[in-house]
Design a protein around this ligand. Structure first.
Ligand code: SF4
Ligand code: SF4
Ligand code: FES
Length: 523
């Protein structure tokens, strides 16, 4: 797209021709207040909050529906613009309840923010406000507070344009106008919680998140959803060592602005039923003594030339780093242990928007590392030691119990207590993707980073570190101190990753095999 020069509040900036003035102002570091415009839903022009003054045009214009051309100059900071924006706000606040202290949107509400920056008028209201329905469940996951609604129609347009399910409508006129669903059609599409994201005020709130945390107490880390092989980009929001919610993070290569409801709720295993101490035959043990026991078994197998009696069962739930460490452990440290793994999870729903049937975040990474195998085949010959890494193969497929029984010792490296950890003689706690840096490769071969959000819980350690400590009992070591060290090795030894430099992954990832680093951040 051609670049053109424009002036925003007297400052010259270069932007793409055809951009609307809200986006152009953003590039100049200026926020134009707006409710109805959303980059994923387009222009509707109904709220009139985005008025700006464009040189050469006598009347104020809405920035969302005005577009950049070379030489255009506009201002957002004149007395006329400020007065008109305050006027629109006063109109919106006429019947808006004073709910801020008990509203879940408080702290991330555009109405609040704009009142502080562009409002601050004295109230002239001397009548009662019009009251509308409050705390109405409009679907299984979303609550509506109709009197907080500013009638921007973002939720309506989301259900019309993105999911095509059309559940939301504005009914009635004037100050009786109200957002609602049809009587027999609740808001229950698989992306319904995106309406909560796009709602600029506290009219639509998430049942899962309501009243659990004030948002200004949350910290946010860039991460990935692990619910399927799409790998939607998310903000992982947490406080006090606990994850409270996922919110979609824009990545136009992967998920645009959205994520599905089932994926959004996959954060709970990061908090619940965690394996955070080592367990040896049902008793808590220190991590060093548990690792020593595993290291001793492994060393005996190596020293007696029986490396092939060890099997390593890996999972497409694991990060690329865990899989690579497991591969090096099996091939180099053990010198030829059986290794492989595959999907043990039931297929999920696949749709035309984002959801993929494969319920694993890293099936592609497993394949690119040459580790894809039928789990039953990896186990079939039995042996001395079975190392099971991540997921819950026994819980997902109880038929594997017989094959597990063919090993003298079963060792589990995982983040949660489950049927597999219960069956293992030794269970070692490893960090989930909330507690370490790493990558997953999505179904299209896009390598994407997740960032450490939380301090590792209990005794949990990064899985390559635990495998390295076990390896030390054979007199060998990996020598990786960080994910970057591991990636330096990975790039050298794995052709499929040769063109991908960890440092160049950025916030939007890179396509494996393309040799092309990620383009500039989409945020
Ligand atoms: S419920 Fe929210 S998103 Fe929907 S019209 Fe009202 S303010 Fe806009
Ligand atoms: S589409 Fe897949 S990756 Fe995206 S939010 Fe849903 S489950 Fe998660
Ligand atoms: S954002 Fe421009 S009219 Fe609503």
């Amino acid at each position: 797209m051609a670049k053109v020069k424009i002036q925003v509040n007297g400052r010259e900036v270069e932007v793409d021709e055809g951009l609307n003035l809200i986006e152009a102002a953003r590039i100049a570091g200026v926020e134009v207040p707006h409710f109805c415009y959303h980059p994923g839903l387009g222009v509707d022009g109904n709220c009139r909050q985005c008025l700006v003054e464009i040189d050469g045009i006598p009347k104020l214009q809405i920035a969302c529906n005005s577009f950049v051309k070379d030489g255009l100059a506009f201002r957002t900071d004149t007395e006329r613009v400020t007065r008109m924006q305050a006027g629109v706000l006063e109109f919106l606040f006429l019947n808006h309840p004073l709910d801020c202290p008990i509203c879940d949107q408080s702290g991330e509400c555009l109405l609040q923010d704009y009142y502080i920056s562009n409002g601050k008028y004295e109230s002239r209201l001397d009548t009662d406000k019009r009251h509308k329905r409050k705390a109405v469940p409009v679907g299984p996951r979303v609550m509506l507070d109709a009197e907080r609604c500013v009638l921007c129609s973002r939720c309506v347009r989301f259900c019309d344009k993105v999911t095509g399910t059309g559940e939301m409508r504005i009914v009635n006129r004037g100050n009786r106008a109200e957002i609602t669903t049809y009587p027999d059609r609740p808001l229950e599409n698989d992306y319904s919680l995106c309406t909560v994201d796009v709602c600029p005020v506290g009219a639509l709130t998430s049942k899962d998140f309501r009243f659990r945390k004030r948002v200004w107490h949350l910290q946010s880390a860039k991460s990935l959803c692990t619910g399927c092989s799409r790998g939607c980009n998310v903000y992982m929001e947490h406080e006090g060592g606990k994850v409270y919610r996922y919110r979609p993070r824009e990545n136009m290569h992967v998920n645009d602005f959205w994520m599905c409801d089932p994926g959004r709720l996959t954060y709970t295993p990061l908090n619940d039923e965690r394996l955070d101490v080592a367990i040896v035959t049902g008793e808590e043990r220190t991590l060093p003594e548990s690792i020593e026991q595993v290291g001793t078994w492994i060393n005996i197998a190596v020293a007696s030339g029986q490396s092939d009696s060890v099997a390593v069962l890996v999972s497409p739930q694991s990060s690329t780093e865990t899989l690579y460490a497991a591969k090096r452990f099996a091939k180099d440290i053990l010198g030829g242990a059986r290794i492989g793994g595959g999907n043990v999870r039931p297929a999920g729903v696949q749709d035309e928007i984002l959801r993929r049937a494969d319920a694993n975040p890293n099936s592609k990474g497993l394949e690119m590392l040459g580790l894809s195998a039928d789990p039953a085949a990896v186990l079939s010959a039995g042996g001395t030691v079975l190392l099971v890494i991540d997921d819950d193969p026994l819980g997902m497929n109880p038929d594997l119990a017989g094959a597990f029984g063919k090993f003298e010792h079963v060792v589990y490296l995982g983040s949660n207590e489950n049927a597999t950890s219960a069956k293992a003689e030794i269970a070692l706690p490893i960090t989930p993707h909330s507690e370490c840096d790493g990558t997953f490769v999505n179904f299209e071969g896009r390598v994407q980073r997740f960032w450490k959000a939380l301090t590792p819980r209990g005794d949990s350690l990064w899985s390559p570190t635990i495998m390295g400590r076990i390896a030390e009992f054979t007199g060998q070591e990996f020598g990786w101190k960080s994910v970057r060290d591991l990636w330096a090795d990975l790039q050298k030894t794995e052709d499929a990753f040769a063109a991908i430099d960890y440092a160049s992954l950025g916030e939007v990832g890179a396509a494996a095999g393309s040799g092309q680093p990620a383009s500039a951040s989409a945020e």
